[in-house]
Write a protein that binds this ligand. Sequence first.
Ligand code: ZN
Length: 138
Amino acid sequence: MDNFIKKVDHVAFAVSNLERSYHFYKDIFQMEFMGYETVESQKIKTAIFIQNGVKIELLEPTSPESPIAKYIEKKGEGIHHICYEVFDIEAAVLYYKEMGANFINEKPTDGIHNTKIVFLHPKNCGHLIELNQKMAIE
Ligand code: ZN
């Protein structure tokens, strides 16, 4: 491998009306719908689409306490983060840290669809970046 990054895994958008965005992607763009997920810890409901291996995640806050609610309040709706899939998340974190990257969480946590995830701070390059690694299904 040339670097740790395998591909773009998904792009996530903060939306205030999930049904509206869902219908746009489903009925107008006619992308394949993968399902809804609720992430209790983030107080969000997501609708996930996939096109040619790249997912589109629509994130709607389920409470005013959600980080997504605060994001929309501050910046409005729009792109929230991009996620790059990496080959080895532990090794990638160690390497990027050594290279001077700032992380929001360095210790990988459980993401949806059996992944491990970390977030890099937007101060690195102007946008929020998630890294994920797909874990083997036991
Ligand atoms: Zn994400």
